[in-house]
Every structure is written in structure tokens, then in C-alpha cells.
Design a protein around this ligand. Structure first.
Ligand SMILES: [Zn+2]
Length: 484
């Protein structure tokens, strides 16, 4: 990326970045209003008489992006948008993404809209791409299929895991099978369901998909051991209690099918996706009971949900069930925390609310990454300091705070151990979001760490090492990406 001299001593030394939380970008160029809307987390136009260009994100775009398209920094938005149109979306995307220094894209495919998939995004940027499967979207997709009475996908098109590629791989070839799962709208969807395996409703139980090691370690935890049990035990327990396992009627049967399919789909997704993401913070808030719901609760909740249309999943029992299905796979689990679009009630997204969940999952062997965090990023940093399996993402906080990103990053670094912070851009829609996420991260990191080196608090060698960890090394370790 141009302007590296301004990044401080550390900038140019960083390895290729691992963007562990990002989304696809639009295939077609947005109009001026659409472009401006994507600068904000709001789902509404800017207030009358104002513009989203007059925000830290808007100024960052004007600072970093015009030079990459042959214009002076800080040029008027109209000039920039005109230049974009001239170049066309594919060329604009290619130029911008290739300037970011991102080598690996872990793409959350759960956003609606016609967006590029992991491989397409990574190809444009000259890197490799892997999928992060959004749990709620997968659940809703399967609900729609169950409601339609559609059969399961064949194994060849069954989404994550279907390719048989190991979860530890990193190369872009792994993206191929994911790209193939584009629905007619052009939207890339998370893992399609596997076949309903022999009516094995026991397959709905979270622990079934867990790697052996995770199960046994979970067994060592008093928190976790009493709940998961075995599928058989669970069925008989709840059969005996007379709960809704055997609830009669169509929605009861559909609930059994959905419950089996979601368990199978999560387990399969774990075979190829880099990890899972939950937006429970949006759907219910993070004040969820920390333990896995029992089988009867899940089936009853699924029956209620499907009977009401099976659309947006907000039921706290099912949200918890999804979390525990993901935990049982051993793949990293991302949780949205902190700010986001206005769908959210901010105080219900405070990462401190997942403290008990972190306690309950501490011995499962599954890492939990607290995304975004701001303005509670210090809470996330604290949790990362006391729970070995908890990590904090610095992405969205940095890319929305402009020159103040340096202070925000410094606040993450107050308590969080240096091996517990992960870079991301949380870019979506616009390739410009990738540029500003990477540029602000580099400038903030360079500013903070070089200041500490100058003051004598840190050695230059340690600063370089920690910078590389946050930029890439921590994510490589957590997601099992191997050496660069
Ligand atoms: Zn995101």
C-alpha cells in the first residue's frame, strides 16, 4: 500500500495480514447513495443536510483510497466516485484489495445480498479465502428447506466439508467448493444441509459432532459434563419428563427433522470452514443462559419456531443450541459483541454478558473470539486476559475511529495478552472498507508500538514480534492456518 513511510517503523515489516472477520463486496458498482450508505453501520440514509462522508470512515476512505486509483488524497467524493465508475467495479476492486497487504480472508458469508464469496474476494486481492459459517443463517436456511419439504442436498453439494479438505488447510483451492454453493440470486450461502442420516435424531445432540478430544476435555469440566450427556440418555431423560420430544403434529415432526439437519450441517461445515459465527447479540442479546439446552427444550423451541414460519431466529433456546453445536466441533467460534447496525441494543451486546458462557466453555477445547467489542472493547480485552480460550478482535473498532484508532488499539493492549488480539477489517460491500481497515490498523499499530519503543517501555524486537502476532500470527494459530 502506498504511503507506508507514514505508518511508523512497524508497518512495512508486517507479514501478510490475516483478515479473520470480513464479508464479501458488491459485484456491481453501487450508486452514490449506495456507496455512502456503506460507509455507515446504519441501515438508513444520513440525516437531512448531512452525509456519511463526514465521518471518520468517510474521511479515511478519502485519505487512503484516491491515491490507489490515481487521484490525490482527500479529493472530493464526487471525483472519487467518478474515477471508480471510469475504472469499473472489477478493476476498482482489484486495485483496492491488492493494496491492503491482506493475504488471507476469512469471510463470514452470512450477510444477505449479492456479494463476492470467499474465493472470489481472495482472488481479487491476490490471497486465499476461507469461509466462516454464520450459525443463525444456516439454521434459517435449513428451516426454509424443512418447511418446503425439500430433500437434503447430496453430499457432493453439501457445502462445508463436502470437499473433504481438512480444516487446517489454507490455500484458495478450498474456496472452490464454497463458491459452487451460490444460490440463483447470486448469494453465497453457508453450508447446505447434509442428508438426514437415518432419522438419527440422536444426531441433534451437540456432543455428537465433537472431536474426541474436545468431548473428553469437556467431560473434565463440571460445568459442561452434566448437560450434554449422550443422545440416548438425553432422549430417555426427556421422554420420562414428558417434555415436548414426542410432541405430535406436523411442527413436531418438522422440528425433529430440522434438529437432526442442523446438527449434521454444523458438523459437516466444521470439516472445511475456518470457523463459525453467531449473531445472537442481534437476535436476543448476549444475556443467554450459559449452558446447553436439553433435548426436550430444543425440540419444543424448534416446533414453536417452525410453526410460526421459521423465519428470523430469535429464540434464546435455539440460539444457545447453535452455540453449543458449534462449540462441540472444536472450530473457533466468533461472537458478535459491541456496536453494529441499529438492529442491535447496544447494552445487550456487552461482551461481559458472555462471562458465564466463557466459564462454561473453558474446558471444551474450543476458542471463542469476541468480535468488534467497541465501546466495550476493554471488557473484551479483560475477558481475553482471564479466559485462555477467549480472544478479542480489534477490527471494527479501529476502522470506524479514524485517527483515534491509535488510542482504541492502545486500550485493547492495556489488559489483553498480546497473543489474544486479532486483526480484521469487518469490511462489507465496498472494497474501500478493506483498504481503510488495513490502513488504519497499520497506522494505529505503528503509532502505538513505535511510541512505546521510543519511550523505552518496549524493545523494538518485541514490538515487531507483537505487531506480527496481532496482524497475522494469532489468527494463524487460532484458526489452524499453518505457516504463511
Ligand atoms: Zn461483520
Amino acid at each position: 500500500m502506498e504511503g507506508s513511510a507514514a505508518w511508523g517503523a512497524l508497518g512495512p515489516e508486517l507479514p501478510p495480514l490475516v483478515d479473520h472477520h470480513c464479508h464479501g463486496v458488491l459485484r456491481e458498482a453501487p450508486g452514490p447513495a449506495g456507496f455512502e450508505a456503506l460507509l455507515s453501520e446504519s441501515d438508513r440514509p444520513a440525516a437531512r443536510g448531512t452525509t456519511y462522508f463526514d465521518t471518520q470512515a468517510g474521511f479515511a476512505v478519502r485519505r487512503w483510497c484516491p491515491p490507489l486509483l490515481g487521484l490525490p488524497a482527500h479529493c472530493p467524493p464526487e471525483d472519487y466516485l467518478a474515477r471508480r465508475r471510469e475504472l469499473g467495479e472489477p478493476e476498482t476492486r482489484r486495485r483496492l484489495l491488492r493494496a491492503t497487504g491482506i493475504g488471507t480472508y476469512l469471510v463470514d458469508t452470512g450477510l444477505p445480498g449479492v456479494l463476492t464469496g470467499p474465493r472470489e474476494t481472495a482472488d481479487a486481492g491476490g490471497g486465499s479465502g476461507l469461509e466462516i459459517v454464520r450459525l443463525e443463517r444456516l439454521a434459517e436456511r435449513l428451516a426454509a428447506e424443512v418447511m418446503r419439504g425439500a430433500g437434503g442436498a447430496s453430499p457432493a453439494e453439501a457445502g462445508p466439508g463436502a470437499s473433504g479438505e481438512g480444516a487446517g488447510g489454507t490455500r484458495s483451492g478450498r474456496g472452490a467448493s464454497r463458491e459452487a454453493r451460490r444460490v440463483p440470486s447470486g448469494e453465497v450461502v453457508p453450508g447446505a444441509p447434509g442428508p438426514v442420516a437415518g432419522e438419527g435424531t440422536g444426531g441433534a445432540w451437540p456432543v455428537r459432532g465433537a472431536p474426541r478430544e474436545a468431548v473428553s476435555r469437556q467431560g473434565a469440566s463440571e460445568e459442561a459434563v452434566s448437560r450434554p450427556g449422550t443422545p440416548r440418555d438425553a432422549v430417555s431423560r426427556h421422554g420420562a419428563s414428558g417434555k415436548a420430544v414426542s410432541r405430535p403434529g406436523a411442527s413436531g415432526e418438522a422440528a425433529e427433522v430440522w434438529t437432526a439437519r442442523i446438527a449434521e450441517a454444523v458438523r459437516e461445515a466444521a470439516g472445511s470452514a475456518a470457523g463459525f459465527k453467531s449473531v445472537a447479540a442481534y437476535r436476543h442479546g448476549l444475556a443467554l443462559a450459559p449452558d446447553p439446552p436439553d433435548r426436550g427444550e430444543v425440540t419444543a423451541a424448534a416446533a414453536r419456531w417452525l410453526a410460526s414460519g421459521g423465519r428470523r431466529l430469535t429464540d434464546p433456546v435455539l440460539l444457545r443450541h447453535l452455540l453449543w453445536l458449534a462449540v462441540a466441533t472444536g472450530r473457533p467460534l466468533q461472537l458478535h459483541t459491541g456496536f453494529g447496525d441499529p438492529d442491535l441494543r447496544l447494552h445487550q451486546a456487552d461482551p461481559a454478558l458472555v462471562t458465564d458462557f466463557l466459564r462454561a466453555t473453558a474446558d471444551t477445547g474450543t476458542d471463542v473470539i469476541l468480535l468488534h467489542g467497541y465501546p466495550y472493547h476493554r471488557h473484551a480485552a479483560y475477558l481475553a486476559s482471564v479466559f485462555p480460550h477467549a480472544y478479542a478482535d480489534v477490527g471494527l473498532a479501529v476502522s470506524h475511529t479514524g485517527p483515534r484508532a491509535e488510542e482504541v488499539l492502545a486500550e485493547f493492549l492495556e489488559l489483553a495478552p498480546f497473543g489474544k488480539l486479532l486483526f480484521s477489517t469487518d469490511a462489507h460491500g465496498l472494497p474501500e472498507r478493506y483498504v481503510i481497515g488495513a490502513a488504519l490498523f497499520r497506522t494505529a499499530l505503528g503509532g502505538v508500538l513505535s511510541g512505546w519503543v521510543r519511550s523505552g517501555a518496549w524493545s523494538a524486537a518485541d514490538a515487531g514480534r507483537v505487531g506480527a502476532l496481532i496482524a497475522a500470527g494469532n489468527a494463524r494459530r487460532v484458526y489452524g492456518l499453518g505457516e504463511d
